[in-house]
Design a protein around this ligand. Sequence first.
Ligand SMILES: CC(C)(COP(=O)(O)OP(=O)(O)OC[C@H]1O[C@@H](n2cnc3c(N)ncnc32)[C@H](O)[C@@H]1OP(=O)(O)O)[C@@H](O)C(=O)NCCC(=O)NCCS
Length: 255
Amino acid sequence: MKESKQDVIQLLELPNEPGLGGVRLLLFDAERLPTHLSFEVGKLLSPAELRKSAKFRFPKDRLIYLTGRGMLRKLCGEMLQVPPNEIIIKEGQYGKPYLEGFEKKMPFNLSNSGSLISIAFEFTQREIGVDIEVIDKTFNYWEMAGYYFSKKECDMVYSHRDFYRFWTMKEALLKVTGVGLIDDLNTVDLSGRMNRIPIHDERLIPFKDKAFTLYTFDNEQIAFTIAISGAQHSDHFVGCMGNKDNLTVRHVYFY
Ligand SMILES: CC(C)(COP(=O)(O)OP(=O)(O)OC[C@H]1O[C@@H](n2cnc3c(N)ncnc32)[C@H](O)[C@@H]1OP(=O)(O)O)[C@@H](O)C(=O)NCCC(=O)NCCS
């Protein structure tokens, strides 16, 4: 994965994968945005978003929400040629945000970890979900894996990096559906290249017989997954262990 420029806001150049052709991914650090820009985008939020931001207990969480929503509005305004503060962001049944009037034209999803924020846009009318995680090497991943991962996945987890790779796959998959995290995460087994997943949670029933493709990138610092609706063709399935940036492509089919 290459970065197209070293600006504070980076448009990441995604690997040359057919399924990623319609995707644009932006990454920035909320704590490194110039003050004038944080201020400028903070002013774009709707009254409801401002009320929500006022409820965050910690200033860092407030900053992340304000800059995430603000940058989202600024970018959408530029791309759609509409005033950013007039954009209406609505939420689906389980909280997934979408742009009213542009839900088909420009699906998006947002994720943050630490002070990093990623916003993924899709321009070919497919649904998108994204999850980014900064790898915390002090975290007791083994306990979490035992609780949330399938037996086969646990057998593939030897390091923090392995844990975060699987975690972002699960979260991005559930975010592309709009359902968000479910209780029985261990029933969503993503250990193979092709994964047939029986539906246990009734919120996933609308996705019966639907396919998704997961693109996961990871290195020693960061892991993230972009999930796209549909079975996208790929010849790519890079092995799970390695020191360089890694791309892993997985297919999912709910039944
Ligand atoms: C969606 C969810 C996985 C996000 O968890 P998180 O640890 O905050 O993860 P991320 O940083 O990756 O994602 C946050 C972003 O995901 C988006 N999001 C929220 N709910 C979502 C959903 N159901 N599906 C997809 N994306 C969602 C939002 O853009 C949110 O950021 P914002 O509030 O600043 O706009 C988690 O909130 C969840 O499981 N929700 C379940 C649904 C739920 O409880 N809904 C309550 C209302 S019914």
